[in-house]
Design a binder for this molecule. Structure first.
Ligand SMILES: CC(C)(COP(=O)(O)OP(=O)(O)OC[C@H]1O[C@@H](n2cnc3c(N)ncnc32)[C@H](O)[C@@H]1OP(=O)(O)O)[C@@H](O)C(=O)NCCC(=O)NCCS
Length: 202
C-alpha cells in the first residue's frame, strides 16, 4: 500500500519517493519526511509534497476517536476499560496533539502530547502520554519513528524537552530514543512500576 500525495498548490519540484511523511491534516503541510535513515524537516517555503509523490506509510496528526481509544484500551489497559475511561483529561488541553502511524489504512501506533512543565525544569515542556503499538507491529521500529517525528515537530514548536511517566517495561524503548531516567521508581495503581523519563529537544 502506498499513498499518493496531492499538493494543494502547484509545485515545480519533481515527485518524491519518501519512506514516510508527517502530515498536518488541517493545513495539509508536510512537517517532515524520512529518506533512507534520515529525518528531514521541511522548510516553511516548501511545505507540500509535489503532486505524484508516493509514500509507503504515514504518520498523521489524528483526533481522539474510537480507533485510538480502542488501541489505548487494548494495549495499555488490557481491554478492561470503556472507551470513555481511556480519554485523558489532558487530551483536549490547548496545544495537545495526537499522532498516529498508519500502515495502509490501519492505525497501528499512537502517542499523545500536551504542553506540561515537569518539576523545576526550565523552558517549554511537553508530556507524552498513551504511547502504544498494537501487538502485531511491535519491535519493528514504528514507535521509534513516531516519537522521532514528534520530537522534530516539537522542535519546530520551540519545545525544550519532552517527558513521560514511563512504564518500567518500556524503559529500554525510551533509553534507545535518548531519554534519561529520573529516579526513583514509583508505582501507578493497577498498572505497575514507572519512572519519570525525559529527553532534551535541541
Ligand atoms: C513501548 C512500545 C510503545 C514501543 O513501540 P514499538 O513500535 O514496539 O517500538 P520500536 O519497535 O521502535 O522499539 C521496540 C523494540 O524494537 C526494536 N526495534 C527497533 N527497530 C526495529 C526494527 N526495525 N526491527 C526490529 N526491531 C526493532 C528496538 O530495539 C526496541 O527494542 P527494546 O525492546 O530494547 O526497546 C510498545 O512496545 C508498546 O506498545 N508496549 C506496550 C504499551 C506500553 O508499555 N507503552 C508505553 C507506556 S509508557
Amino acid at each position: 500500500m502506498q499513498y499518493l500525495c496531492y499538493s494543494y498548490r502547484s509545485c515545480k519540484k519533481p515527485p518524491i519517493d519518501a519512506e514516510m511523511a508527517l502530515i498536518c491534516p488541517e493545513t495539509a503541510f508536510v512537517v517532515a519526511l524520512t529518506r533512507g535513515d534520515k529525518l528531514a524537516p521541511l522548510g516553511k517555503n516548501w511545505p507540500f509534497l509535489p503532486r505524484g509523490s508516493y509514500l509507503k506509510t504515514m504518520i498523521k496528526f489524528i483526533k481522539i476517536d474510537n480507533t485510538l481509544l480502542a488501541i489505548r484500551n487494548n494495549v495499555l489497559r488490557e481491554g478492561k476499560l470503556s472507551h470513555e475511561e481511556c480519554i485523558f483529561p489532558t487530551d483536549t488541553l490547548p496545544g495537545a496533539f495526537h499522532l498516529g502511524y498508519y500502515v495502509g489504512d490501519e492505525l497501528v501506533c499512537i502517542a499523545s502530547f500536551h504542553p506540561q512543565a515537569y518539576g523545576e525544569f526550565t523552558g517549554v515542556g511537553y508530556q507524552l502520554r498513551g504511547m502504544a503499538t498494537v501487538d502485531e507491529y511491535r519491535g519493528r521500529g514504528l514507535g521509534n519513528q513516531l516519537l522521532n517525528f514528534a520530537i522534530v515537530y516539537l522542535h519546530g514548536q520551540k519545545a525544550n524537552y519532552l517527558w513521560c511517566n514511563a512504564r518500567k517495561s518500556a524503559r529500554q524503548f525510551y533509553l534507545n530514543m535518548g531519554f534519561e531516567t529520573i529516579p526513583p521508581e514509583f508505582e501507578v495503581p493497577d498498572i505497575g512500576p514507572h519512572y519519570v523519563m525525559y529527553v532534551k529537544i535541541q
